[in-house]
Ligand binder design. Structure first.
Ligand code: ADP
Length: 168
């Protein structure tokens, strides 16, 4: 089941929340900052260990850590593309974020997951196009894999919430 929520993803009680991280995995602004602040030092510790092993996270890829002090057990960190006009592979890279986050979730036995609107803040991906991609990828995934009970899109801003509402 795919559901829409308006609010702060750090408050959602699911097995895993997805973070719109950056390639450094060392935290940043927006939802990334909110997750690290609310989740505490354990998340950054694990991110640093992953960095030491594989040198961060590429755009479109995903890694998983503890949820630390969050209600969620895990945080799946994925790195969205920075919007550069749309001809630098941004749509495909954004699709990869959703796909890879979902794959990683399944591999860890996650059955409830919440996504923020990846790339639509500091990375400036146009919100309508990003919503189309996010919904398409999640719908395609659940059509072939039924191991997830609930997938939430968590919209923080009114514009994204309205865009998702008319599409879902
Ligand atoms: P990116 O760098 O991928 O664009 P941002 O964090 O700047 O990441 O923005 C991604 C989306 O996250 C934006 O739509 C923004 O409104 C939203 N956002 C910011 N804070 C939160 C939060 N606490 N919970 C859920 N979404 C959030």
């Amino acid at each position: 089941m795919i559901s829409l929520i308006k609010g702060d993803i750090t408050k959602i009680k699911v097995n895993a929340i997805v973070n719109a991280a950056n390639t450094s995995l060392l935290g940043g602004g927006g939802v990334d900052g909110a997750i690290h602040r609310a989740g505490g030092a354990a998340i950054l510790e694990e991110c640093k260990q992953i960095r030491a092993k594989q040198g961060g996270c590429d755009v479109g890829e995903a890694v998983i850590t503890t949820g630390g002090n969050l209600p969620a057990k895990y945080v799946i960190h994925t790195v969205g593309p920075v919007w550069n006009g749309g001809h630098k592979g941004e749509p495909e890279l954004l699709a990869n974020c959703y796909r890879n986050a979902l794959r990683l979730a399944i591999a860890h036995g996650v059955n409830t997951i919440a996504f923020p609107n990846i790339s639509t803040g500091i990375y400036r991906f146009p919100k309508p196009e990003a919503a189309d991609i996010a919904i398409r990828e999640v719908q395609q995934f659940v059509a072939t894999d039924n191991s997830l009970d609930e997938i939430f899109f968590v919209c923080f801003d009114d514009e994204n919430y309205s865009l998702y509402k008319v599409r879902l």
